[in-house]
Design a binder for this molecule. Structure first.
Ligand code: NDP
Ligand code: 8X3
Length: 248
């Protein structure tokens, strides 16, 4: 039985990816801060299939302690899904909250590279795979996307760089770059504004968490000689809107 380590398993993409992989016979290390949500996974699937690893991914010591505590059967990682992440705020850069910028960088960039570095030896040993959740916001700028888009451009480029460094190891690396998707993402971004979240998704037929879980599953089950470097995926309702011109 193969083992996947999924960050951000309490909600959205991560929760759907976890359910999907469990349904496909994987063993799961499920991470996130909201331990009670992860505990439900154990109740449904059993402690031999799911290990709950509840920690704040920005806390490097807590992360290391969680890795050190992985029980037998969960410590050989075949698939790392670097999914935990967030956007905070939609203000233009000149009005943005610096603390929110720092939290996005700490979560989306620093924590992701820390975990990746820690698990790389195990992934190399297992000739495993890594799937990183980037975003179209790393490619297409939009108003208020500033630091969030910057963190996701990092994730995409880091993924491509890892591919190069891991040349010859058999380890596969993929950057998934979704467009608008209905999860708790906008609730988090707006500080809990349910109405703003509903308005954004209303009538847009956004990507569903299960769509991304299907994409992850497809990539994870490809034969070992194939690597999907990056995949950009949008709902049909979304497309790039072009450049802007300011006139006096
Ligand atoms: P959700 O808000 O639904 O899920 C985010 C997950 O990240 C939660 O499980 C949360 O767990 C976890 N997380 C956030 N901060 C931390 C932290 N400090 N420590 C541990 N875990 C943390 O959003 P999505 O499912 O939409 O987002 C998943 C990924 O996909 C993110 O990287 C996001 O940037 C990316 N993405 C999302 C898109 C969208 O439109 N929804 C589109 C493109 C990419 P908990 O709060 O329990 O700690
Ligand atoms: C989330 C997609 O377009 O809302 O990464 O920034 S978008």
């Amino acid at each position: 039985m193969k083992t996947a380590f999924v960050t951000g398993a309490t909600s959205g993409f991560g929760a759907a990816i976890t359910e999907r992989l469990l349904g496909e016979g994987w063993r799961l290390v499920a991470c996130g801060r909201r331990a009670e949500r992860l505990q439900h996974l154990v109740e449904r699937h059993g402690a031999d299939r799911v290990h709950v690893s509840a920690f704040d991914i920005r806390d490097a010591d807590a992360m290391q302690a969680a890795l050190d505590a992985l029980p037998d059967g969960f410590s050989d990682i075949d698939l790392l899904v670097n999914n935990a992440g967030l956007a905070l705020g939609t203000e233009p850069a000149q009005n943005a909250d610096l603390e929110q910028w720092r939290q996005m960088i700490d979560t989306n960039v620093t924590a992701l590279v820390t975990l990746t570095r820690a698990l790389l030896p195990r992934l190399i040993e297992r000739r495993g795979a890594m799937i990183n959740l980037s975003s179209i916001s790393g490619t297409y700028p939009y108003k208020g996307g500033n630091v969030y888009g910057g963190t996701k451009a990092f994730v995409t480029q880091f993924s491509l760089g890892l591919r190069t460094d891991l040349h010859g190891t058999g380890v596969r690396v993929t950057s998934i770059e979704p467009g608008i998707a209905e999860t708790e993402f906008t609730l988090v971004r707006t500080g809990g504004d349910q109405k703003a979240s509903e308005q954004l998704y209303d009538g847009a037929y956004p990507i569903k968490a299960e769509d991304i879980a299907e994409t992850v599953s497809w990539i994870a089950h490809l034969p070992p000689h194939l690597n999907v470097n990056r995949i950009e995926i949008m709902p049909t309702s979304q497309s790039a809107a072009g450049l802007q011109i300011h006139r006096d």
